[in-house]
Write a protein that binds this ligand. Structure first.
Ligand SMILES: *[C@@H]1O[C@H](CO)[C@@H](O)[C@H](O)[C@H]1NC(C)=O
Ligand SMILES: *[C@@H]1O[C@H](CO)[C@@H](O)[C@H](O)[C@H]1NC(C)=O
Ligand SMILES: *[C@@H]1O[C@H](CO)[C@@H](O)[C@H](O)[C@H]1NC(C)=O
Ligand SMILES: *[C@@H]1O[C@H](CO)[C@@H](O)[C@H](O)[C@H]1NC(C)=O
Ligand SMILES: *[C@@H]1O[C@H](CO)[C@@H](O)[C@H](O)[C@H]1NC(C)=O
Ligand SMILES: *[C@@H]1O[C@H](CO)[C@@H](O)[C@H](O)[C@H]1NC(C)=O
Length: 536
């Protein structure tokens, strides 16, 4: 019985120990599971880390080369290629303009292979090797050389690129001062042909006494002050350009004998200008030529611009200091009188005290219609009839003037519409009443430190003629032929006056080919001097 009891108890003990074992086992398993799980997780993470690192390494490997850096590096082939490509692109434009389509096509082909090479290198992330670059660079170099050699010198290229940049700037924003100054330097540099023409005409003038007698008679002609006639004024140092303006005006006029042209030029061109207009046929129109250097009233004590042009610091600013060091024909480049001719437009009532109405024409325009209707337009009491320019190109006042300056912002509307110089009809009576010249003097003096605007005659004019300008139909004056390659033909055809504003003047080699005939057709190409000077 005892044993039984003992035996009987044993299973109880055994049951206890069994439970313990079971529990222990469970703990063990749980521990194992936990361990394995944890371990696995850890391993996962390690693996993940490894893959991450690997993929990052892949990425680094893929980008092995920073292509931006590569293109900027002065010694890399990528840089050489992209620079050549830029140059080649400019030549494509020039070649197209000169109708050299074959060269343009060849250049474009090489540009494409150049682009292909660059994009391949970027994709595989390795620099371009000498073997790859060599054939592309040498064939592009050959073509660029050919382009330079056959037609286009480097100055033309630079100017064309600049004009393109400038055209973009003009569309998007105001051009920078630097490019304006640079552009003026090139645009004003007299081409050899014009210089030659000037010399021949000056010789004529000096050797032919009858011419000088004739000139005297012209100045005293009653037609010059007759308010029943149609008066035009042109201020220029360019004989050929002025001739085109006058000739195109009379060629399209119904009654050319009723037209009077008032030309003011500078001293060096005075004789040539007179000789030209006396010896050529302008269909009975009266032409008066004056010399700005003889306007004694336009002096330091009266005109702020004269004072500013004499000021040393301003000269450095306007002409970059080196201007006067250019060795060619220093007198030709007499900057003072060039700028003075530009500012003469503000003194029209003083130059022509007896006149009541006048049309002002820039020397880079071509007239294509009869302009006499301009004189009967109702200006509604305004002084200046002009074409507005803010419609297509957003030329508003804030583009031209410093509106951070309270003197400007308190008096003018920054959103006021800009207008164009170049073909303006001026009511000289209203001008005198409104004292526009005095207003101009005020603003020109305010701007002695060039804080209100930088350069040019348009900004002070926008101020002086503020509220005194009558908008004209835009077909009276179509602008942009000196920089915009894409003017609509129908717009040009409908224009009474087309304006080659911009640096690509029609008398320069870099003039836009498509528009040049509009200007050229008003030149007498059978004139012996034209043959001697321009075509040779
Ligand atoms: C490549 O280099 C350029 C110029 O050094 C730097 O601005 C640019 O951040 C770099 N790009 C990368 C992805 O490193
Ligand atoms: C300067 O111009 C004013 C008016 O414009 C004139 O009265 C004065 O005589 C001129 N001075 C000289 C030296 O010519
Ligand atoms: C123009 O100036 C004169 C004198 O210089 C002055 O008498 C006249 O009031 C001024 N006219 C206007 C509209 O400012
Ligand atoms: C515009 O005018 C303000 C105030 O006179 C001046 O501080 C600033 O320099 C001017 N800006 C330019 C570009 O001249
Ligand atoms: C004026 O233009 C006509 C063409 O309309 C041309 O035949 C003539 O020769 C030109 N005259 C001068 C002086 O250039
Ligand atoms: C062009 O010039 C020549 C030489 O001066 C002249 O004989 C001819 O009449 C002119 N032609 C025209 C259309 O003006």
């Amino acid at each position: 019985m005892r044993r039984r009891a003992a035996e009987y108890r044993r299973p109880v003990r055994r049951r206890y120990s069994l439970w313990i074992w079971v529990l222990l086992g469970m703990f063990l398993i749980a521990g194992l599971v936990l361990f394995v799980f944890h371990h696995n997780q850890h391993e996962d993470r390690v693996e993940q880390l490894i893959t991450e690192r690997k993929s990052r390494a892949d990425l680094v490997n893929h980008e092995g080369l920073n292509f931006t850096k590569e293109i900027l590096s002065p010694s890399s082939f990528s840089r050489q290629l992209s620079e050549q490509m830029t140059l080649a692109k400019a030549y494509v434009i020039i070649a197209k303009e000169h109708n050299n389509l074959h060269l343009a096509w060849e250049l474009s082909k090489r540009i494409r292979s150049c682009q292909l090479l660059l994009s391949k290198a970027a994709m595989r992330g390795e620099p371009i090797t000498a073997e790859e670059a060599e054939p592309v660079i040498s064939s592009l170099s050959y073509l660029i050389f050919k382009a330079q050699d056959s037609h286009y010198d480097i100055a033309t290229t630079i100017m064309t690129m600049k004009s393109h940049i400038q055209a973009l700037e003009e569309r998007a924003n105001a051009a920078t001062v630097q490019s304006t100054v640079f552009g003026q330097l090139v645009a004003e540099a007299l081409p050899k042909s014009l210089h030659c023409l000037k010399l021949k005409l000056t010789t004529d003038w000096l050797s032919k006494l009858p011419l000088q007698v004739l000139a005297k008679e012209n100045v005293n002609s009653p037609r010059v002050v007759d308010n029943n006639l149609y008066h035009f004024c042109i201020f220029s140092d360019n004989v050929l350009a002025t001739s085109v303006v006058v000739n195109s005006t009379i060629s399209n006029a119904d009654h050319s004998k009723q037209l009077v042209f008032h030309i003011v030029t500078n001293g060096v061109n005075f004789e040539a200008m007179q000789a030209w207009f006396l010896t050529n046929d302008f269909r009975g129109a009266a032409v008066e030529v004056q010399n700005v250097e003889e306007f004694s009233w336009l002096n330091v004590s009266y005109a702020p611009v004269v004072k500013q042009l004499l000021d040393k610091e301003s000269r450095v600013f306007y002409f970059g200091g080196y201007y006067e060091d250019i060795s060619v024909e220093p007198k030709l480049r007499n900057s003072k009188y060039l700028s003075l001719l530009n500012h003469l437009r503000f003194y029209i009532p003083e130059i022509y005290p007896q006149l009541e109405k006048i049309v002002f024409l820039d020397d880079d325009v071509v007239v294509q219609k009869d302009l006499t209707q301009l004189f009967s337009l109702d200006l509604h009491g305004n002084v200046n009839g002009a074409v507005e320019t803010c419609l297509e190109s957003f030329h508003r006042y804030y583009k031209y003037l410093n509106f951070s300056n309270p003197i400007i912002s308190s008096k003018f509307d920054p959103q006021a519409c800009g207008w164009a110089f170049g073909m303006n009809v001026f009511d000289l009576i209203a001008w005198r009443t409104a004292n526009v010249t005095a207003r101009y003097h005020f603003w020109q003096e305010q701007n002695a430190d060039r804080m209100l605007w930088k350069l040019g005659t348009l900004p002070p004019a926008l101020l002086a003629f503020y509220g005194l300008t009558e908008p004209l139909d835009r077909r009276w004056h179509v602008l942009g032929l000196g920089y915009d390659m894409n003017i609509d033909d129908r717009l040009i055809e409908s224009a009474a006056v087309v304006h080659f504003n911009g640096n690509m003047k029609p008398w320069l080699r870099l003039g836009i080919g498509r528009y040049k005939p509009l200007w050229k057709r008003y030149i007498n190409e059978s004139h012996p001097y034209y043959g001697d000077c321009v075509t040779s």
